[in-house]
Design a binder for this molecule. Structure first.
Ligand code: PLP
Length: 422
């Protein structure tokens, strides 16, 4: 599942002791395993080899340039959602012909830049957006390829904040609207209608919602074909769940075994947009214990990483396993020292926690711990709240390690600000 393992009492990332990285680069620190990252991409590629889809890594899940580069070098395309993500893609020389662009709020400027860059296609989320893409493409005298994002109204049984394919969510268009768009396709100048896109949510652990969405889309495609609408591509999005705790998500092979026969029957070229599946278990967040505070109610272990570094627990009540970098029992502590513990950050919010009510060994000030499964939606969702500098990021490959993002400085925090006296 991943390449963070104990060697004796010490936690290693591949062949490097994580404690060594913490000593060199400080904490909070994101540490990624190259082997886990690339391994998950290749697993998916292999599982789907029968239909050879274009696999576009979802940049929002982890947008570090070295992470993107590692995947590009193995043939990945990119799924982007903003001008900033397009900028990152260009910065590393990504093949624009393998970039797909979703987002309900693409601005005119973002659309223009993406067309100029020659991206493969837009995943269009509304009639209004389609009209704007057509207008911009016409002015630029270019053709823009589009997939219409369908909202199939399928509940993926995941957290409501990462549910994106139900009727009450802002994403995509309903089937009737999509049909009207396709039937009126001649009215949209300089648009090449390539096909359909569907992404029903994230951290989906069962295959059933994917199958239900595909069934609905397949019927819809049949209808379009009967009406003479030519289609070439079907983008089935991302959303594959991973193990954070007790989940038993489908494996890449298990998922492909169920989905590929349906996709073959549909007979369109396929795009996948996984993020979490590829990078989720490839990263950890390392933190140092500052204080241990026993209160009347419980024990708080206050660490130097907070919700600004990893917001998933605060935002989604997400579970991340906590592991000591050095097994603390080995420091002569007894099992009766274990106590229900909250791991909390230094931020002035009660929602600032990384773990709640865990049965953990007694950490002491200066001890280091790892928040597991933090590779996806970890650093990429981090912020400067409480004027905290964002963490450094390190990528490990075998016995080598590379600083792939330095820790922000205090100067970074105020670089764009002015202290104006009025
Ligand atoms: N595609 C789209 C359109 C998304 O919105 C997302 C994330 O929400 C993804 C792909 C990636 O999802 P995941 O990281 O769950 O694979």
């Amino acid at each position: 599942m991943h390449d963070f393992n104990y060697n004796g009492k010490e936690l290693y990332c591949e062949k490097v002791p994580v404690g060594k990285l913490a000593a060199k680069f400080g904490t909070p620190l994101y540490v990624y395993s190259h082997k886990t990252l690339v391994g998950h991409f290749l697993k998916l590629k292999k599982a789907f080899s029968d239909i050879r889809p274009l696999i576009c890594f979802s940049v929002k899940s982890n947008s570090n340039l070295s992470i993107l580069k590692a995947l590009l070098e193995r043939g990945a395309g990119l799924d982007i959602v903003s001008g900033g993500e397009l900028y990152r893609a260009k910065k590393i020389g990504a093949d624009a012909g393998k970039i797909v662009y979703a987002s309900v709020g693409k601005t005119k400027e973002e659309i223009r830049d993406a067309i100029r860059a020659g991206i493969f296609l837009f995943n269009v989320e509304s009639l209004q957006e389609l009209a704007l893409i057509s207008e911009v493409a016409t002015v630029l005298k270019k053709e823009a390829r589009v997939c219409i994002r369908i909202n199939p109204n399928i509940d993926p049984h995941t957290h409501r904040y990462i549910t994106t394919g139900t009727v009450d969510s802002k994403f995509g268009v309903d089937l009737d609207t999509a049909r009207i768009i396709f039937l009126n396709r001649e009215n949209f100048k300089n648009i090449k209608f390539a096909g359909l896109h569907v992404h029903i949510g994230s951290q989906i652990t069962q295959v059933a919602p994917f199958l239900a969405a595909l069934k609905r889309i397949s019927l819809f495609i049949d209808g379009l074909r009967k009406m003479g609408v030519p289609l070439e591509w079907l983008n089935i999005g991302g959303g594959l769940g991973i193990i954070y705790n007790q989940e038993r998500p489908q494996t890449a092979e298990g998922f492909a075994a169920k989905v590929v026969p349906i996709l073959k029957k549909i007979g369109l070229k396929v795009i996948l947009e996984p993020g979490r599946f590829i990078v989720g278990n490839a990263g950890i967040l390392v933190a140092s214990v500052i204080y241990v505070k026993d209160t009347l109610a419980k024990r708080f272990v206050v660490v130097d990483a907070g919700m600004n570094d990893l917001i998933r627990p605060a935002l989604y009540d997400a579970y991340h396993e906590i592991l000591p970098l050095v097994k603390t029992e080995d420091k002569g502590r007894k099992s009766e020292d274990r106590k229900k513990t909250d791991i909390v950050g230094p931020i002035c919010e009660s929602g600032d926690f990384l773990a709640k009510g865990r049965d953990l060994p007694l950490f002491g000030p200066g001890d280091l711990l790892a928040v597991m499964g933090a590779g996806a939606y970890g650093f990429s969702m981090s912020s400067n709240y409480n004027s905290r500098r964002r963490a450094a990021e390190v990528l490990v490959k075998g016995d080598k390690f590379y600083l792939i993002r330095g820790r922000e400085s205090f100067d970074d925090l105020v670089r764009l600000e002015k202290a104006i006296r009025l």
